[in-house]
Design a binder for this molecule. Structure first.
Ligand SMILES: Cc1ncc(COP(=O)(O)O)c(C=O)c1O
Length: 424
């Protein structure tokens, strides 16, 4: 484990100090890139060649059907459907659960916009519950406080791969008779009490977009244990065709769009999934190493631990930056300094309810909502978004211990600069 003290040098006055910051013109800690993501190879190439030579490139070919089954097995549910992305999967789940115009769906504001836009696209109204300060996931107490007679579902987003408190969310949902939809776009393989995320709520949504831990560029999936829900989701994803009548177009029962996943993507996903477990182990091992190393910096804090989280697969490595503990240096300045040292990091999300998208005529027309989202103020969300949250991409954790040491060294260099105030 790199201890930053060992990297200090002595200047002409005999003081222990560090080299000048890269942001001020000094040499960066590293110039080498972190592991690229997504990663393809020979196995993906062979799969693509297989599809190329096959007679079927789309329309529920065998690759898409096989991957849906394989992924459902991996997650531990009975039924899976491949779709073309993780926004559409959320929308189809909502439609399949008969949620639409006039209904409310509770979502966190600390997520990618799709979690809420899928609700609006389905015609329902997103209602924002706050997140917990300790976890950055949706706060079950805030979920309960926002339930009204119109509430039909809550979407639990496992931000960065860290599971939500699924016990409390399921309990509240049961008490009020609403559905739980898991948004697992960032949580492939994470576990809550030994169960994979995506197997706990009534239905779950996955994304296989380029940045995700299982990727084919663009893709998504719906998972559920409930056969009746599955059949509804199927209709909606296959232009309204019933599950039992694959090619039948007459007498369509439902109005659905074509949301099917092409064979190319499914074929790539099959081999990407084979690599997932080994990559999860590596991410987790490096996350543990970083967790230990970062304890030497009092301006970095961690999200709460919880024994019920049996696996966090780190789509994102999320920290809290405490500016008061680094001489009041603003988070944005710290991020710029880290990035200049060759360690890319970011502030992450802005509160979704601050986005103009929720005040457009189009949004109001499709949902019928008159909510003034701009007047919403959710304390924990705003603290995370505006002050504290500090993200590194989980793919950086696929690197070596040396790479992790570079992260620690950059933090130490910046810490030394601001805390000691002495420079070469
Ligand atoms: C939490 C969350 N939900 C939904 C989505 C949407 O997935 P897609 O980009 O595949 O539509 C994403 C993608 O970034 C996401 O991070």
């Amino acid at each position: 484990m790199l201890q930053v003290e060992s990297k200090l040098i002595t200047n002409q006055e005999g003081e222990k100090t560090m080299a000048n910051l890269a942001i001020n013109g000094g040499s960066p800690v590293r110039t080498a890139p972190f592991p690229q993501w997504p990663q393809g190879g020979e196995a993906e190439m062979l799969q693509l060649e297989k599809v190329l030579k096959a007679e079927q490139w789309g329309t529920l070919g065998k690759e898409a059907l096989a991957f849906a089954e394989k992924f459902a097995q991996y997650i531990g549910v009975k039924h899976g459907i491949c779709v073309n992305n993780g926004t559409v999967s959320l929308e189809l789940i909502l439609r399949g659960l008969d949620i639409g115009y006039g209904d409310e769906v509770i979502v966190p504001p600390y997520t990618f916009i799709s979690t809420a836009s899928a609700v609006a696209i389905a015609g329902a109204t997103p209602v924002f519950a706050d997140i917990e300060n300790g976890t950055y996931n949706i706060d079950p107490a805030s979920v309960e406080a926002n339930i009204t007679a119109n509430t039909k579902a809550v979407i639990a987003v496992h931000a960065g791969g860290r599971p939500c408190d699924m016990d409390r969310i399921m309990e509240i949902a049961k008490k009020h008779g609403i559905y739980v939809i898991e948004d697992c776009a960032q949580a492939h393989g994470s576990q809550w009490k030994g169960k994979k995320l995506g197997s706990i709520g009534h239905a779950s949504s996955f994304s296989f977009q380029a940045s995700k831990n299982v990727s084919c560029g663009e893709g998504g999936a719906i998972m559920t244990d409930d056969f009746e829900f599955f059949k509804k989701f199927w209709h909606y994803h296959n232009s309204g065709r019933a599950y039992e009548q694959a090619g039948e177009l007459s007498g369509l029962m439902l109005m659905g769009a074509n949301s099917r996943l092409p064979e190319w993507q499914a074929a790539v996903l099959t081999v990407q999934l084979d690599k997932l477990e080994e990559q999860i182990e590596r991410r987790m091992e490096n996350a543990e190493y970083l967790n230990a190393g970062l304890k030497q910096f009092d301006f970095i804090k961690f999200l709460d631990t919880d024994d019920k989280i049996t696996r966090n697969t780190y789509h994102l490595y999320i920290m809290k930056y405490i500016s008061e503990n680094l001489k009041g240096v603003k988070r944005e300045r710290f991020i710029s300094a880290m990035t200049a040292e060759g360690i890319p990091c970011s502030r992450g999300y802005v509160p979704l309810y601050k986005m103009n998208a929720f005040s457009t005529p189009n949004f109001r027309k499709s949902t019928g909502s008159n909510t003034d989202y701009s007047s919403i103020h959710l304390e924990n969300t705003e603290k995370a978004c505006n002050e504290e949250a500090l993200w590194m991409q989980g793919s950086m954790l696929l690197g070596s211990k040396r790479d992790m040491d570079d992260i620690l060294e950059a933090m130490g260099k910046i810490s030394c600069y601001y805390k000691r105030g002495s420079l070469l």
